[in-house]
Design a protein around this ligand. Structure first.
Ligand code: PLP
Length: 382
């Protein structure tokens, strides 16, 4: 008996833990008929019926022409660079998840980091030109937090210098600008369907491409380079999405609009409640017509009583696990530190954001009372 009180205290804290995200899952019973089909057909992978159906369904949902599914977003990034035969140097952002630049190293391409725009935290087009050398063959921008890059300015530079553009659109599922899907820009765009993303297939990803010929090359590259039983045309990888993941994606797609609507409501509630909290500035969108509310980044400013890191720790003490996306910068990881660009290019805007931004929890299952609790902790800090 004597030990039950502290035990209960721990349990109740556990119950109230709130993480930055929680994967959206449909009712389990709805998935059973899909599993039965897979068990009956014994087709587990290699572009089976669910794989084909999900590619078609996603093209329709997202409003894009062609799409190739992958086992995850990172393999999609690695393969996209191979499909376009990118080599030499590639200009990219240091303010992203490790996979963006890692995909370059996996292909023996040198990342050249360029600073971000202070408002969008996306690659700053005005800084790209100065980083172009005779070795530059591509630009890999990120639609950070699902906020669209300045796609027109980036394309103009790419056209002038004959560079490929590969968008890491891992955060940008469902995002639309005035021109329709944000995934239609550049040569290729990559999305991630990881458990932590807006639309998940447990693990998964895709390359969005403009034409059938490119899709065919990508489909070969994600299957070891096989064209038919006896013909191998490239040192491709195994990047295929399995039938289980594809079937799950089809089910998730039925629920995704509902999930996005819930995110939108949470975003609105945060903005309203945080409007009166001095020193906390909610990041605005980048003018997208349809946003996906993938993240809720706030900037902890000088007039907030404590630092971003102290706020992060304080929230943790209350069982709230906000995340410092993106700290540290990719250019600060040991395997990138030695690159000339990491030292020479001025990355001060990215560095400043990396020290000030905190992503607050946002996911469809987060309820209004929990949002109030999070904001009251932030607002109560002296
Ligand atoms: C999640 C993410 C990836 C990697 O996607 P996976 O599906 O986890 O491999 C790549 N880039 C960015 C910016 C991401 O957030």
């Amino acid at each position: 008996m004597g030990s039950s009180a502290p035990l209960r205290a721990i349990t109740s804290l556990d119950d109230e833990r709130i993480y930055v995200t929680q994967p959206h899952l449909p009712p389990l019973a709805e998935f059973m008929p899909y599993l039965e089909k897979i068990w009956n057909s014994k087709t587990l992978t290699n572009g089976g019926p669910f794989h084909q159906q999900l590619e078609k369904a996603l093209c329709e949902y997202l409003g894009v022409e062609h799409l190739a599914l992958f086992a995850n977003g990172t393999l999609a990034l690695v393969t996209a660079l191979q499909a376009l035969r990118v080599n030499g140097e590639c200009i990219t952002t240091p303010y992203s998840f490790a996979a963006t630049a890692h995909s370059l190293l996996w292909n023996g391409i040198k990342p050249v980091f360029v600073d971000v725009d202070p408002d969008t935290l996306n690659l700053d087009p005005e800084k790209i030109e100065a980083a172009i050398t005779p070795q530059t063959t591509a630009i890999m921008p990120v639609h950070c937090y699902g906020h669209p890059c300045d796609v027109k300015a980036i394309q103009k530079i790419a056209d002038n210098y004959n560079l490929k553009v590969i968008y890491d659109a891992a955060h940008a599922f469902g995002v639309q600008t005035e021109d329709g899907s944000v995934l239609k820009h550049g040569d290729l765009s990559i999305v991630s369907f990881h458990a932590t993303k807006v639309f998940n297939t447990f693990e998964g990803g895709a390359i969005v491409c403009p034409d059938a010929k490119t899709k065919q090359r990508i489909d070969h590259l994600k299957n070891f380079g096989f064209v038919d039983e006896v013909t191998v045309v490239a040192a491709g990888i195994n990047g295929k999405m399995s039938e289980i993941n594809a079937a799950f994606g089809l089910l998730q797609l039925q629920h995704v609009d509902n999930a996005l609507a819930k995110r939108k409501a949470i975003d609105a509630q945060y903005r309203e409640l945080l409007a009166d909290v001095p020193g906390i500035r909610c990041m605005s969108d980048a003018g997208e017509k349809v946003a996906n509310y993938a993240y809720f980044p706030v900037q902890v400013e000088d007039n907030f009583p404590i630092s971003r890191d102290a706020l992060y720790e304080r929230l943790k003490e209350h069982g709230i696990f906000a995340r410092r996306y993106f700290y540290p910068l990719i250019s600060e990881f040991p395997m990138y530190r030695g690159l000339p660009s990491s030292d020479q290019n001025n990355l001060s805007t990215a560095a400043a954001a990396s020290k000030r931004i905190l992503c607050l929890p946002i996911y469809p299952g987060l309820n209004p009372v929990q949002v109030e609790r999070i904001v009251s902790i932030v607002a109560g800090i002296q």
